[in-house]
Design a protein around this ligand. Structure first.
Ligand code: GLN
Ligand code: ZN
Length: 764
């Protein structure tokens, strides 16, 4: 008999309980003990929900107070040297959070560890920092403790660990002559010790996640895998399920099946074709876990199709050696569709969130175990839903499809070259050298949230709400003028979220109202769902941009979220290529650029913070993606006149593999994340002559810490070593909406002071 399993479950809380508890704890409003109690309650609820929905193999240690990679760093004692000295001053819990968020008091400052996207998801993990002589030790027993906690609650779980090889592959090091993977021999004993402790606590299986196994790996790395698993396998009494997800195993398969593990999980949503190949090489006794239900999207599974795959596996490998599972952890899915009563009933019928996906897993499992008659009704209903969605006129709009066909090559082109545009723009805008600007949003204060909630609940008229927003915009403009910024923004107070705001106004989207998905730490998002062809019934941002610009003589940036980012941060259609959906989005945004321009907006920023994370994990597919992604951006910007300055913004530093694409986007100005990684990204600018203007972030907005003028001066100095002053802008790393005014004002003051200091030193 096959069994049902889950690789991980959402943990932020159905009502974002974890978020609120964390934020209260950080604000000093609740003690650590209360945070722990809330966390334990959430874990317990996870196990109850999964087991109530017929999941037999439950995960533990999939919970985290902040991030599972940071948990691993903490567990193996890889605390970066700069935090060691904090150890005597603050509690362990605070040290853990300090690593994620930075820490400061009157006299000392500790910069946070870097944060980056978890593979091609919108979840962020904290990047481990590994030094050449890194010592590891078992610093914490979280996996054991949570296993025991589950056991005491009556659940025997399969603890989830991040595999040692993936952990090191995701690490960074300051020492360029050293690769973190070389630290593997030092790290493995810690994993072995942990496994021993898990066995002592009663664990029989562990799930070790090695998502790096879906990347293109060389033979050296394969050898590391076999060394690692030889050693882990030697721990008596524990069975290892090696979990891979987000793509197929490709070239790694032959090396992988030789690893001495007891089970293998494969993602059959991203790579259904790998099943036959896996079946032909998998050792006879190895457990095979089939990822048949999409852990990254919200659509009902086509059960007939999934069952077909499962049957194929059962015939070849034997159903007793099969596990039926979601494709990856369900942490990327919203909790429960039952809460979404606002969604159009037809669209609602096409959807499945985390809890519904558990049910799908159990239905597939029932069929494989010969209990088809117990689920015939569900299967029949599923078939109807799948057919209905395929032909629904909510999905298909021939006019939009036609417009897309009519796009011409010239639509992707700005009129003049960058040099020509720069000249025209500098005459129009008349900016000082090293112009200072921000990325768009200003603090989303409690007051803004209160007024918005009042308005959505009907306690405030549209007129009164809009008056409030106008006042917010006016205040934000005034503050920026007082600070002395050169290019202003309206502050985005009308937007709950940079994607949701557009999704609300575009056709082809539906919003999720209650389904939060963790983005990082205490931050959660509600990605909208793209279910049909996309169009723009009316201008979306023009009113606010025009109003903001009317209040000042300085240029105010029009602020749009780019097509790739909207695509990437939404749950997308799985019935057509992402590329087509993205091109439809681009056309809608192109019309918005056109309208902003007509309204007299001179600078338009098209944010593309998600460009990098959309990159396919396999090299072979990356070029095609970058081509259409760049096309889409150019289709949006291509309608801008030469005097209209197009900005873009991205918030990460890994540029090496996409720098060519970024150059091809041909934005007049790009702002990027840089401060957290200490301007590491500037190395790239040393090697590539980036032709257009660029603003590497000099203020890490992901941390509450206020950077000093001196610190910012130092970052600008570093930037000027590789970027000519004529091309350099001064700005924060990202938008300021998550920060408080008390943090933002002094930080921006320091930023402007630093920019001015340099302006005085520049030759006239
Ligand atoms: N304009 C957006 C803001 O400032 C950009 C946010 C982002 O890049 N994630 O909030
Ligand atoms: Zn950003």
């Amino acid at each position: 008999m096959s069994t049902t399993s889950s690789l991980g479950y959402p943990r932020i809380g159905k009502q974002r309980e974890l978020k609120f508890a964390l934020e209260k704890y950080w604000a000093g409003k609740i003690p650590a003990q209360e945070l722990f109690t809330i966390a334990a309650k959430l874990r317990r609820q996870q196990w109850i929900t999964q087991s109530e929905n017929q999941i037999q193999i439950l995960p533990s240690n999939d919970f985290s107070l902040y991030d599972q990679v940071l948990d691993t760093t903490w567990m193996v004692g890889a605390i970066p040297a700069r935090f060691q000295q904090l150890k005597s001053q603050i509690s362990d819990l605070d040290l853990y959070f300090a690593m994620a968020r930075g820490w400061q008091n009157e006299t000392e400052q500790f910069a946070a560890m870097e944060m980056t996207k978890w593979f091609d998801t919108n979840y962020h993990h904290i990047v481990p920092e590994i030094s050449r002589n890194q010592k590891f030790f078992l610093n914490d027993l979280k996996p054991v403790n949570e296993f025991i906690e589950a056991k005491n609650a009556g659940f025997i779980t399969r603890p989830v660990l991040i595999g040692p090889v993936s952990y090191l592959l995701l690490s960074k090091t300051a020492d360029s002559a050293f690769s973190p993977l070389e630290a593997l021999p030092n790290l493995l004993p810690v994993y072995c010790e942990l496994l021993v402790r898990l066995v002592e606590a009663g664990a029989e299986w562990v799930q070790i996640d090695e998502p790096c196994l879906v990347l293109d790996l060389d033979e050296k790395t394969h050898t590391k895998f076999s060394k690692a698993y030889d050693q882990l396998h030697a721990v008596p009494g524990i069975h290892i399920l090696l979990a891979t997800y987000f793509d197929g195993l490709g070239e790694n398969l032959s090396a992988l099946v030789k690893l001495p593990v007891d089970g293998l999980h494969i993602d059959l949503i991203r790579a259904p074709k790998q099943l036959e190949e896996v079946l032909s090489v998998i050792p006879e006794n190895m457990i095979l876990s089939l990822g048949l239900v999409d852990g990254r999207n919200v659509w009902c599974t086509d059960l007939e199709q999934a069952i077909q795959l499962a049957k194929l596996a059962a015939n070849k490998h034997g159903s007793d050696k099969l596990q039926i599972a979601p494709s990856c952890s369900l942490q990327f899915c919203p909790y429960d569709l039952d809460l979404e009563i606002e969604i159009d009933p037809e669209i609602y019928s096409w959807l499945a969130f985390a809890r519904q996906k558990l049910v799908e897993v159990s239905v597939i499992n029932a069929v494989i175990n010969g209990k088809e008659e117990s689920v015939t009704q569900i299967l029949a209903k599923n078939k109807k839903i799948i057919t209905n969605r395929a032909i629904s006129n909510k999905v298909h709009d021939s006019q939009i499809q036609q417009r897309l066909k009519e796009v011409e090559n010239s639509d992707y082109q700005r009129h003049g070259s960058f040099e020509q545009r720069k000249q025209i723009q500098s005459a129009v805008l008349n900016l000082p050298p090293l112009p200072a600007t921000t990325i768009g949003s200003f603090p989303q204060t409690g007051e803004i949230r209160k007024q918005r909630a009042l308005f959505t609940q009907g306690g405030l008229s549209l007129e009164a709400y809009e008056d409030f927003l106008k006042q917010e915009i006016a205040d934000t403009i005034r503050v920026q003028e007082e600070l002395g910024l050169d290019v202003l923004v309206h502050g985005e107070s009308e937007r709950t979220d940079m994607v949701e705001y557009f999704a609300e106004q575009l056709r082809g989207f539906t919003l999720i109202h209650h389904g939060w998905v963790q983005s990082y730490g205490s931050r959660a998002v509600r990605p909208p769902i793209i279910y049909g062809d996309i169009s723009r019934p009316a201008p979306m941002t023009v009113k606010w941009a025009r109003y903001a610009q009317s209040l000042t003589a300085k240029p105010v940036k029009g602020m749009l979220t780019g097509p790739i980012t909207i695509l990437q941060w939404s749950f997308v259609r799985d019935d057509q290529p992402r590329e087509i959906t993205c091109r439809q989005l681009a056309l809608a945004l192109r019309d918005e650029v056109q309208d902003l321009q007509t309204a007299g907006i001179k600078i338009i920023q098209v944010d593309e913070p998600a460009l990098r994370e959309g990159l396919p994990l396999h090299h072979a597919e990356q070029k095609a993606y970058l081509n259409w992604a760049v096309d889409c951006f150019r289709l949006v910007a291509g309608t801008a006149r030469d005097e209209t300055q197009i900005h873009t913004h991205m918030c990460y530093a890994e540029f090496e593999d996409i720098i060519d694409a970024i150059i091809r986007m041909d934005a007049d100005v790009i702002s990027i994340e840089a401060s957290r990684s200490g301007m590491e990204l500037l190395e790239i600018f040393r090697h590539f002559q980036y032709p257009n203007d660029v603003g590497p972030g000099v203020y890490d907005i992901h941390s509450p810490r206020i950077p000093s003028t001196l610190e910012i001066v130092d970052l600008i100095r570093k930037a000027l070593q590789v970027i000519p002053a004529e091309q350099l802008w001064v700005n924060p790393d990202c938008g300021l909406k998550t920060r408080r005014w008390e943090e933002v004002l002094p930080s921006l003051q320091n930023l402007i002071a630093a920019a001015r200091l340099y302006r005085r030193m520049l030759p006239a």
